[in-house]
Design a protein. Structure first.
Length: 94
């Protein structure tokens, strides 16, 4: 894993977390990363950590929810992706 991680116990406090999840479809190998928020930064970090764990990426990525990556549009009518997400895609697609 890259970077530093902070671990702490929060006794008696309820905390909402988001999960970045990925699965290799044929083998069923899962990747799950807890995030403190559902923003593009967490989406990018999740992809990077997942690609590192899976030693690269597969030929195709299938998304269930792309609201964080989409800047304009919705569902099959996406007109513009987030610029940072496009840079991530370009980097790993090369």
């Amino acid at each position: 894993m890259t970077g530093a991680r902070r671990v702490d116990y929060m006794e008696g406090q309820k905390t909402t977390v988001c999960f970045f999840c990925g699965v290799l479809c044929f083998s069923g190998v899962p990747f799950v990363m807890a995030c403190a928020y559902d923003r593009v930064e967490a989406l990018l970090e999740g992809h990077i950590e997942m690609f590192e764990l899976f030693d690269g990426l597969s030929g195709r990525l299938i998304y269930g929810d792309t609201r964080t990556a989409v800047q304009d549009g919705w569902s099959k009518y996406v007109r513009k992706l987030n610029e940072h997400f496009c840079q991530l895609i370009a980097h790993y697609a090369a």
